[in-house]
Structure formats: structure tokens, C-alpha cells
Write a protein of this length. Structure first.
Length: 570
């Protein structure tokens, strides 16, 4: 077991310390042995066919952190080999997500399409060596002939074409002589291999689809497994780090590279466990379905696990990086509680966010003995965790907004907030005692009349008496009205889609609750788009990145992860 410890890079230039995992142990061994000339070069290679999600954050942090830790480089490369699903919009969103997380790519964004000429030339080399052939069969037939685990594969009747015939057909494929799907280029490996990926995989297919970057120059496109390793080799990647679903691909990755005359040493692929969270789906296909079927308001909907959705929700990138570092790199997949991620968000926001008062379900509180027309300014702390944040002045008047839940016509057991005859403390303000609670015909509270103690400014009294409850408030004359969205889990099932179930069956119809007409402290009128603050007693909320008149609840104040830990440790 490796017990050595090395600094990890939580973001550019910010070191932290963590035990060495098996991936870093391999990189340490490689650098100490002089492999790759001591170089360390990684890459983050997304396909630009959708928006990045929280699972990609783990891959980003891993690749960029390891490169920085060992004084290496890390490229951002778009594996753009499937023009039917790829768009410039996705490229731009990926670049923006990377910058938001706090990482800088080593040079400009790279593209697999930059290497299409070299990748094709290598395909001709395979054909010339008799290691690839053109197959005239359709995709369904090829798939059926591959067999299955424990079932033999069936060789294509075109497998033994001569290199000369195959080279002629490949060049005619490239020239556009054949219709889409008429022919493919396949590697000639082993149709009886236990690893299904080695059963003569397809390397090229004919697709007359306009490519965002190469236009109509190509009518044949390489498959991911043919382009991916070759792109790594062209760039000089040393450590190809990816998640466990690519472990079966590694044999094909190695086979392809071993047949070629490479410009650098052959890169090596290492797999680590992907990030899985409860109540969350990570499949791009399923996430696309949520968007296209209108279950969410686009890829950046705060209920989505996309990085743009989490940004809109108010997640700080530092919390995501800290979470990824905490869970580490393992060899087997596991499911992490989403409450653990939220605990990192809560910890970061507790340290950095300003405190403000907001009333989401407002009821008028009238102080009947308040001097008419008078206004006083009360001092309130901006962040008790950060003395440097200082204080602010909050206006206090005779009419306030308070939460409907903070007042009742009659007390319930262990209810210590406002009801007739009970006294509470207004945060940073005065003590008030409820005299009368007004309700409508349905018994719903509409207004509460109170008296205040003029000697209790700042929450203390000359006689030193204490109360059992402190509530928040907003001056009615100075409040700004905003819409606030509260969020529940998007799925009611902790493992949506498990055991073959349709994940859409567990969609939560109450995953978002709108609170229009919320009354906010006047200081929130000029909040920065995307800024997260703590609404005192309610949780952490973020101003929308596009419309700061809308706020999204990021996380609540209660540490649900701590409660889970207590229950599981019993």
C-alpha cells in the first residue's frame, strides 16, 4: 500500500494535502523511473454533444490537478468525431464550465477533427499491413455476428479481401462514391476474443453530415475508439485518465496504438471510478430527454446536475473541487449521497456568504405603539464567520413583514414564536409581544398586531430577560419584492432507473416551488448576478445569473449529511 503523501492542486495554484491514490501512485512510479522522459501530460476530452455535469467535474479536477501537481500540462480536447450530435454551443459551454471551475487549459482548445488527416493516413497504413478491411455488411448484421459473452463471433465474408482491394475501397469511401451506411472499415483483430471490443471493431463509417469545424470536407468519420487514442498520441499525452466504463476499451486503445509509428511514446490508459450521486442521473441521453421533453427549463435549469445548472443554483466551484478531492479516486464504482456534496456547498457558503433577511411567505406585523412615521437604523452583522465582512445598517419601522409560519392564532405544544401574549426577539431589533392575530375566513393568518419594548434595541433588555425565539423580518416600507424558487429532489427515487426501471417514473412533480411576492431586505436590490447569500433562518440563496430579480435556494441551513452520519453510525 502506498502511504506517501503529495500536494494536490484544488485549483490553479492552491495546494492541499491528501493521501496518494492509486492513480497518483502510478504517476509517481512513472516519473521516478524516467518513463515518458519524466513528462506528465493529461487531457480532458469531452465529446461536444451536450453540457457537462457534476460527473465530468471529477474528471476535470483529476486531470488538471494531477498535471499541475507533477509540473505537467493538461489539454482540453473536443472529441468531435460524431457531427450528427455536436454543436458549437456545447463547445462554448464546456470552455465556460472549465473556467468557472477554476482551471486553465494548457494552450488553446484542441479538436480531434484537427487530426482527421493523420488519423485517416494511419487507417491506410492498417489496411496496407492487412490489419483492417472494408466490410459491405450493414450495422445490424455486423452487430449480430459479433456474438456475445460465451458466444462465438462470426467472421465477415469480406474479412479476407486483399490489402489492395481494401485500400481501393477505403479511398473510394473517402471520395464519396458509396451511400451512407453502405460500407465500413473494420480492424482485423480476433472474432473469438473474450473482450468484445476486439471482435473486429468498426473504425470508419460513411456519414454525409456537415461538421461544425471541417464542413463538408469529410464524408467518412472515425469512430471514437479509433480517434481517441490516436489523438492522445499526436498530442503527446502520457497518462490517459478516464472512468471505469472505458476499462474494456483499453485493450483496443492499446492494440490500435501498437500498430502505428507514433510521434511520442505510447500513452497509457488508467481508469478510475466515476462519480455517482443519489437522486441524480448522469446519462447525457437521459438528461437530453429531460430537456427535450420539457421536464426542465433547459440544460441550465437549477434542478439539473449540469455544471451550468449547479452554477445557476448557486454552487460555489470551490465546494465542488473540495468534494471531488474528498471522495478521492477508487478502483470500483460507488454511490455517494447527494447530501455529502451539499454539505461541502453549505460549508463554503457559510464561510463566504453575506447574511441578509428575506420573508418568503409574508404576513404584516404592525407595532401599535411605534411612534408614527419614525424610522431607526439598526446594525446587523454581515457574516459572523468573517469579522472582516463588517456590519450593515437595516431600517426598522412600525410595519414589518414576517413569515406566516412565525405567527399563530393559538399556540401549539413547543411553539415559541408569535401568538397572543407571547414575546419574541426580532433579529438585530427589538422585543415584541403579540396582542392580536387577524385571520381570514379560512383561518389563515393575515396580520398580527404587536407592541414593542423601546428599551430592547439590539436584542437586550435592562432587566436581562430572555425569550425562547428570535425571528427575522423586513421593513415593509423598504422591502424589495422578488420571486424565490425552492427546490426539492428532481427524482423521488434515490437511484432513478435502477433495476431496469424507467427513471422518468420517479420524476418529482414538486421539484420546484415558486414563491412570488417574497419580501427581501433592501440591500438585496443590487445583488450581483449569481451571488449567493444566506437568507437568515431560511438557507442559502443565489441571485439568478441572468435575472438577479429571481433567487434560487441553493441549500438549506440544516446539515442533512451530519444526520445521515449519525443514523448510519448507530
Amino acid at each position: 500500500m502506498v502511504t506517501q503523501r503529495r500536494p494536490q492542486i484544488a485549483r490553479d495554484g492552491e495546494p492541499s494535502t491528501s493521501a496518494v491514490d492509486f492513480v497518483r501512485a502510478k504517476v509517481i512510479a512513472d516519473t521516478e523511473s524516467g518513463k515518458f522522459g519524466g513528462r506528465v501530460q493529461t487531457r480532458f476530452p469531452p465529446e461536444p454533444n451536450g453540457y457537462l455535469h457534476i460527473g465530468h467535474a471529477k474528471a476535470i479536477c483529476t486531470n488538471f490537478a494531477i498535471a499541475a501537481e507533477f509540473g505537467g500540462t493538461c489539454n482540453l480536447r473536443m472529441d468531435d468525431t460524431n457531427p450528427e450530435t455536436e454543436e458549437k454551443e456545447f463547445v462554448e459551454s464546456i470552455e465556460a464550465d472549465l473556467a468557472w471551475l477554476g482551471f486553465t487549459r494548457s494552450g488553446p482548445t484542441l479538436y480531434a477533427s484537427d487530426y482527421f488527416g493523420q488519423i485517416y493516413a494511419w487507417a491506410e497504413d492498417l489496411v496496407t499491413k492487412g490489419q483492417a478491411y472494408v466490410d459491405d455488411q450493414d450495422a445490424e448484421t455486423i452487430s449480430a455476428q459479433r456474438g456475445g459473452f460465451g458466444q462465438p463471433g462470426v467472421e465477415s465474408p469480406y474479412r479476407n479481401r486483399t490489402p489492395e482491394e481494401n485500400l481501393d475501397l477505403l479511398r473510394r469511401m473517402k471520395a464519396g462514391e458509396f451511400p451512407d451506411g453502405a460500407r465500413v472499415l473494420r480492424a482485423k483483430i480476433d472474432m473469438q476474443a473474450e473482450n468484445m471490443w476486439l471482435r473486429d471493431p468498426v473504425l470508419y463509417r460513411i456519414r454525409r453530415t456537415h461538421h461544425v469545424r471541417t464542413g463538408d470536407e469529410w464524408v467518412i468519420y472515425p469512430m471514437y475508439d479509433w480517434a481517441h487514442g490516436q489523438s492522445d498520441a499526436i498530442e503527446g499525452v502520457t497518462h490517459s485518465l478516464c472512468t471505469l466504463e472505458f476499462s474494456d476499451h483499453r485493450a483496443l486503445y492499446d492494440w490500435c496504438l501498437e500498430q502505428l509509428d507514433l510521434p511520442f511514446e505510447k500513452p497509457e490508459q488508467t481508469e478510475f471510478a466515476r462519480l455517482n450521486l443519489t437522486y441524480t442521473m448522469m446519462s447525457k441521453r437521459l438528461l437530453r430527454g429531460l430537456v427535450e421533453e420539457g421536464h426542465v427549463d433547459g440544460w441550465s435549469d437549477p434542478r439539473m446536475p449540469t455544471l451550468q445548472g449547479l452554477r445557476r443554483l448557486g454552487y460555489p466551484p470551490a465546494a465542488i473541487r473540495a468534494f471531488v478531492e474528498h471522495i478521492g479516486l477508487a478502483r470500483t464504482n460507488s454511490l455517494h449521497d447527494i447530501e455529502l456534496l451539499e454539505s461541502f456547498v453549505r460549508t463554503e457558503l457559510n464561510r463566504t456568504s453575506l447574511r441578509r433577511m428575506a420573508v418568503l411567505d409574508p404576513v404584516k406585523l404592525v407595532i401599535t405603539n411605534w411612534p408614527e412615521g419614525e424610522q431607526v437604523m439598526l446594525e446587523a452583522v454581515n457574516n459572523p464567520e468573517d469579522p472582516s465582512a463588517g456590519t450593515r445598517l437595516v431600517p426598522f419601522t412600525g410595519e414589518l413583514w414576517i413569515e406566516r409560519d412565525d405567527v399563530k392564532p393559538a399556540p401549539e405544544p413547543k411553539y415559541y414564536r408569535l401568538f397572543p401574549g407571547n414575546e419574541v426577539r426580532l433579529r438585530a431589533g427589538f422585543y415584541v409581544t403579540a396582542q392580536e392575530v387577524l385571520t381570514d375566513g379560512d383561518g389563515r393568518v393575515t396580520e398580527v398586531h404587536c407592541t414593542y419594548d423601546p428599551e430592547s434595541a439590539g436584542g437586550t433588555t435592562p432587566d436581562g430577560r430572555k425569550v425562547k425565539s428570535t425571528i427575522h423580518w423586513v421593513s415593509a416600507a423598504h422591502a424589495v419584492e422578488r420571486t424565490v424558487y425552492l427546490y426539492n429532489r428532481l427524482f423521488t427515487d434515490p437511484s432513478p432507473g435502477a433495476d431496469g426501471r424507467d427513471p422518468m417514473e420517479s420524476l418529482n412533480p414538486e421539484s420546484r416551488v415558486a414563491m412570488p411576492g417574497a419580501k427581501l431586505e433592501g440591500a438585496l436590490a443590487d445583488v450581483t448576478p449569481g451571488q449567493a447569500v444566506q437568507f437568515e433562518r431560511l438557507g442559502y440563496f443565489a441571485a439568478d445569473v441572468d435575472d438577479p430579480s429571481v433567487f434560487h435556494r441553493t441549500v438549506g441551513l440544516r446539515d442533512e449529511w451530519a444526520n445521515i452520519q449519525k443514523r448510519t453510525s448507530r
